[in-house]
Design a protein. Structure first.
Length: 540
């Protein structure tokens, strides 16, 4: 039974809420920066939080995950590497270079880190070689005579080329292998055209060791007969840096270094294969006196062209004719196909010359412009109003890597948005493919990438197997409608910024990786993934 007052009362129900109660995001609960950015962005779009709340939470998010500048060890000091912080196997190499410098009558100037400051030093000449990193030398610093341990001398790739961080495209005991491969390949093609039959490794070794002395370029001429019995002129043109050309001519190094020996064999295999045979047949059957030029352009117009080996000819009328034989040459184990400087070596050295290492406004503007231009290669515009806060952080944070990371964060968010599966996805995919092709073959739409050597990518110098394969990036244009990519951004602790373009159904299947490379400059690298290779590889 209900009581009388409930029977007689006019009961008014408590009003039901029109919307569910929204729990405000807690910055402390986000596991990483990107998760927080996405959640705040989604909350703003759905109207769950106001613009003011979003802006305040976003600022809190940045403060939580942003690396803090240390006044004890600012970025320019943390990046400075004294030779004393070298592996035991590298120390003898550094000491040899130091002794070569200090035992001269007038030792060259060096840089050293003393009491957490970087100084230009002028060392005194020594009579007895240094044998230990702890030994002290006499130096002049800012006009004053001082003593300092050898271990405080800073690594400088121009002074200490024997060790230090490896270039991504070089490995093993010999540097410049990519350029050397171009010289080997061009010489092998030249030799095959002149000989008009298959060549072997020993013939190629003899050919490169007997090339003319270094010049820019090196040229060598020969003859090949056509079907009419007349002789066509053939010229080999090689543009290489002098040190790489010296290695190309050194038969003993080419035979003793396992990876270079593999490159010799790989170049010979390509020269004896169908691609060059068809080229030979073309010149044989056209019954015209041609002037054929096989060119390796390792040190020529590298900023303007991605083509490393090409063939063209001059017809009897003196007109230069192009042949569909343009190759960008890579060696096995080299994933990088493109790069773009963010700040030059000279600019970075200038910043590091100041005690405070502060990055001024003009430098930041230039770096932002470089990042905007780089990402635009892939159809990504990081200069949009919705990313104004990230852009502002690019100009506010103290750490250079934090600055660059904000540009990567914007690019990643923009890519994810474009690759959502709506009407814009096809355009976004085409832009991605065009960007990838630009960094692989430049502005030569029919060019191909020739990879000399076989084996697992990214493991140069180990188990080098002779051979080659050809990638044809233009194949991507025919299958763009079948592709379904997304963008991921790995966040391993301490890692540099990177963006992976992966297959949406299988994120482990990587198409492309865009990453930051740190060294004596900051550079964006573009690396090929296995999916790119699989989609563009020519099947024999």
């Amino acid at each position: 039974m209900k009581p009388w007052f409930e029977k007689e009362a006019d009961i008014i129900d408590f009003p039901a809420p029109k919307e569910k109660v929204i729990k405000m995001p807690s910055v402390a609960e986000y596991p990483d920066f990107l998760t927080g950015v996405k959640d705040l962005h989604n909350g703003l779009e759905k109207g769950e939080i106001s613009q003011d709340s979003h802006d305040k939470l976003y600022a809190d998010l940045i403060n939580r995950f942003m690396k803090k500048e240390s006044f004890e060890t600012p970025w320019f000091l943390r990046e400075a590497q004294p030779i004393g912080k070298s592996s035991s196997s590298s120390i003898p190499k550094y000491l040899k270079v130091v002794n070569d410098i200090l035992m001269k009558d007038k030792p060259q100037n060096l840089k050293a880190i003393i009491k957490k400051k970087i100084y230009d030093i002028t060392p005194d000449k020594i009579d007895d070689p240094i044998t230990d990193m702890a030994q002290k030398i006499n130096v002049t610093v800012n006009g004053e005579k001082k003593t300092m341990p050898v271990r405080a001398i800073l690594k400088d790739p121009k002074i200490f080329p024997v060790t230090g961080a490896k270039n991504d495209s070089e490995s093993g005991p010999v540097s410049g292998r990519g350029d050397i491969a171009e010289g080997l390949l061009a010489t092998a093609i030249f030799l095959r055209l002149v000989k008009d039959t298959d060549i072997d490794d020993e013939e190629l070794l003899n050919a490169v060791s007997s090339l003319p002395p270094y010049a820019q370029p090196v040229t060598k001429t020969g003859k090949m007969k056509d079907a009419s019995g007349k002789a066509d002129n053939v010229k080999l043109t090689i543009y290489l840096q002098e040190k790489n050309y010296a290695t190309l001519q050194d038969k003993e190094i080419l035979k003793s270094d396992e990876s270079l020996t593999g490159l010799v064999t790989s170049a010979v295999m390509f020269a004896n294969a169908q691609e060059v045979e068809l080229l030979d047949n073309f010149f044989f059957k056209n019954r015209k006196i041609d002037y054929v030029d096989v060119m390796a352009s390792g040190a020529k117009d590298q900023k303007q062209s991605k083509i490393d080996v090409k063939v063209f000819y001059t017809d009897p009328n003196g007109k230069k004719q192009e042949i569909d034989f343009d190759f960008s040459v890579k060696i096995w184990g080299t994933e990088r196909v493109g790069q773009s400087s963010i700040i030059t070596k000279k600019e970075l050295a200038y910043l590091r010359s100041f005690d405070d290492g502060e990055i001024d406004e003009d430098v930041r503007k230039d770096m932002w412009g470089q990042q905007r231009a780089f990402f635009s290669d892939f159809g990504i515009d990081i200069e949009q109003a919705q990313y104004k806060q990230e852009k502002q952080m690019f100009f506010d944070v103290a750490e250079m890597e934090d600055m660059i990371e904000f540009s990567y964060n914007i690019a990643h968010q923009e890519l994810q948005k474009k690759l959502q599966g709506d009407d814009n996805e096809k355009t976004a995919l085409k832009n991605l493919i065009n960007g990838a092709k630009k960094h692989v073959i430049g502005d030569s739409p029919n060019a191909k990438l020739l990879n000399l050597g076989l084996g697992k990518r990214g493991k140069p110098g180990k188990d080098f197997d002779p051979g080659y394969y050809i990638l044809e990036p233009k194949r991507l244009d025919r299958i763009v409608d079948k592709l379904d990519f997304t963008s991921t951004q790995p966040t391993e602790p301490g890692s540099l910024p990177k963006i992976n373009i992966v297959d949406k159904a299988n994120p482990e299947d990587k198409f492309l990786e865009i990453r930051l490379k740190r060294g004596d400059r900051y550079t964006n690298y573009v690396d090929l993934g296995e999916l790119f290779v699989k989609l563009t590889k020519r099947t024999k």
